[in-house]
Structure formats: C-alpha cells, structure tokens
Ligand binder design. Structure first.
Ligand SMILES: [Zn+2]
Length: 398
C-alpha cells in the first residue's frame, strides 16, 4: 500500500447499559452460537459477574461449557488446554467473561482452534511484516466470540490482539488476527461494580493512558483522534466517582464506555508509557495500569515539544482552568493523587539500577515505541525511567 493511503476499520456491535447482560442468550441465538464455551479466570467463579451471567444462561436454557483453567497472565499452554476443552466439549463458539486475561485466553483459543500451525505464526512482530493491513491477513473462519468485560481498562473486548505468556522464554507474545475481534460486546456496569477501588483506579488509568497515547501518536487517523478526545472527557467525568462510589452504575458505565473507546482510539498507536510499562510489568510483576498511571506524566513531559499544541487543544475541550500543557499536567497529577496513585516508581518498590536494560527494552517494544509522539532513544527511555523512579518532573514556564 502506498504510504499516502491509510486503512481504518471499526466493525463490532456493542450493547451498553445496566442489565445489558440479559441480552446475551438472544445474541448467541442470533449469531448462530449453538454451544459456546465460556472462558473466565478461576477467581471469577466465586464472584458476582459469573453468578449473574451463569444464572442468565441457565434461565435462558443456553447450552454452554465453562473453561477457567487459566493463569492471571494466560500462557500459551493455557490456550492449548482451552482448545482441547473446546473440541472435547463439542463447542462452536466462545464467550469471554473477565478482564484482559479471560479475553486474551478466549481470543487465543478461537485462533488456535482453527490455526493448528500454531499461534507463533500470528505473533505481532511477524505479522506486521507479512500482512501490512488487516485486509491482508489469511482468511480464517474463527469461532464467534462474545465479550463481557468485568473491568474497565484494557479495552481488549474491542481489540484484535491477545497478550500471551511464553513461559519457556519468559516473555510476553502479542498475537494478532482480525478474526479475534469479538462479534459482539456487552458493556454492563453490573459486571464491574464488585471491582475493588484500587483496581478500578489502576484499570481506569490504563484506559486514560490508551486515550492520551493514541491522541499524541503521530499516525494520521482523525477518526481515532476524535474518539480519544471524548474518551478522555469520559474519564474526567467518571473515574473518580467510580472509584469512590463503586455502586454508582452511571459512573461504572461511563468508564466501561471510555475503556472500550480507548481500544478504538489506539488503532492510532500507543507510545512511550506502554513501551516502558511492558518490560517493567514482565520483570517486576506490577499491575499494568498502575505502572502506566505512574509513568504517564514523565513521558508527557519528555514528549512536550511534540505535543504541547495538541494537549492545549485537549485542555480546552476538557474545560480545564488553565488550557495549556501545564494545565493538563496539573489536572492529571491532581487526578492521580485523588485516586491514591503513587507519584513515583520508588513508591512501589522499584529502583533505577536497571535503567539501561529498561531503556533498551522500551526501545525494542516496537508495538508502542514506534508510535510515540516523537522518536526517543534507549538513553531517553532510561532517563524517563530514572525520573519516574525518583519523581523528577520539571514544570513548564508559566
Ligand atoms: Zn494498557
């Protein structure tokens, strides 16, 4: 494709609102799903979202099976076991219920069920070379997937990627295929109201980071830019309320919408926050959203020369008291503080001893670093990491 030609794609149907989950069995019927396999993580079996969905499926006499033999970061082996369960149970389709882990596992099962040559064939670093756009991927008829997120953060319900752990190599592999995109997404705030405040805050900050990084990405995708701007406003309106009052279904719904929109926005790309958070998460096992929340201001300051004008426009849309880069940064820092997010990585036990390794890994994370607002070197990333460890955040002149 010539570099002047762009490819944009928005295909999923979404049902949004309290009790939307009660439409699940009807969607299964309309999508021709005879006997879906419900994929969820084992902890979910004792929680309200599973009780609600399971009761609904039983009352609707929707035949289904359950697969929950997953790690919190699903591995390739988890997916292989899921495929065995899928075939052994005579399933023809999938329902994913959970956060990113259940979604990723269900997507991996859907792909591996019809691609016996293996998931490694669809690893992101390989597919971007072989398939320049989604339209170029091999045509595979994946089992139909309906996704019901129980967190508002990853946006995985509207993504075509799955992050799976390769436990032999001790690394995370990003698998991609357009057929892994759920056919239907049900955003029901009843499924997120039991999420504890700290997780609501961390996952919500992940969604905010997706929007901000997408908005700042240099790729040309005005549709996604527009989605990002309104998504950031929804986080501004709803995140603190969802954290302080978990039963506020309006705030919960607003965050589910913001999170799903973020996955649409980041078709435009992510950036340096994710490039740093990925290796830090793999090495130090801290929560992805929490790492993003801490790193975000430090990366924004490092990108300031490239993004100041766009951020000022965003600040005007958000009706911030000071509509420029520093005003936006002040808003972000205040929100983080109100949410109880630590200001620096030292507060969660990290030190800067590995700064050179972190910088090299961040640069190598091409799925995020290539679309950072401006090109950063490994040394730049190392310095941002050191600043984030020690809380060094220079202010702009007034
Ligand atoms: Zn993220």
């Amino acid at each position: 494709m010539p570099p002047s030609v762009h490819y944009w794609n928005y295909p999923t149907e979404i049902f949004c609102g309290a009790e939307a989950l009660h439409g699940l069995a009807q969607r299964c019927a309309l999508l021709g799903m005879r006997k879906p396999l419900l994929v969820t993580d084992p902890g979910m079996l004792a929680l309200e979202p599973y009780a609600l969905v399971s009761a609904h499926l039983q009352q609707s006499r929707q035949e289904h099976g359950v697969f929950s033999d997953l790690a919190s970061n699903p591995s390739l082996e988890d997916v292989q076991r899921g495929v065995l369960a899928f075939h052994a149970g005579g399933h023809d389709s999938l329902i994913a219920l959970g956060g990113g882990s259940a979604m990723d596992a269900a997507k991996g099962i859907a792909l591996l069920a019809v691609a016996p040559e293996g998931l490694q064939h669809f690893e992101w670093s390989r597919v971007i070379e072989h398939y320049p756009s989604l339209a170029d991927f091999p045509r595979l008829q994946l089992p139909t997937l309906i996704a019901l997120p129980t967190t508002a953060g990853t946006g995985s319900e509207l993504g075509r990627e799955a992050v799976l752990t390769d436990s032999q190599q001790q690394i995370k592999r990003v698998i991609s295929h357009p057929g892994m995109l759920p056919a239907c997404v049900i955003l029901d705030p009843l499924l997120t109201r039991s999420l504890p405040p700290a997780l609501t805050a961390a996952t919500g900050m992940d969604a905010l980071t997706h929007h901000i990084e997408a908005f700042c990405s240099p790729l040309y995708h005005p549709m996604s830019s527009g989605v990002a701007v309104e998504g950031i406003r929804l986080v501004q309106q709803h995140l603190l309320q969802a954290v302080t009052n978990s039963q506020d279904l309006n705030a919960r719904e607003g965050m589910l919408v913001a999170s799903a929109m973020a996955a649409v926005a980041f078709q435009k790309g992510l950036g340096g926050v994710h490039a740093l958070a990925h290796p830090l998460g793999a090495r130090y096992h801290r929560h992805h959203g929490l790492l993003n929340a801490i790193l975000l201001p430090y990366v924004l300051v490092a990108n300031r020369s490239a993004i100041a004008q766009d951020i000022a426009r965003l600040a005007r849309y958000l009706q911030l008291p000071r509509a420029d880069f520093q005003g936006f940064l002040d808003w972000l820092l205040a929100l983080r503080a109100e949410l109880g997010i630590p200001h620096c990585l030292a507060d969660i036990g990290l030190d800067s001893g590995d700064a050179e390794w972190v910088g090299a890994q961040a640069l190598a994370d091409i799925s995020s670093s290539d679309t950072n607002a401006r090109p950063l070197s490994a040394a730049d990333y190392s310095q941002i990491f050191r600043n984030a460890v020690h809380g060094v955040l220079p202010r702009a002149p007034a």
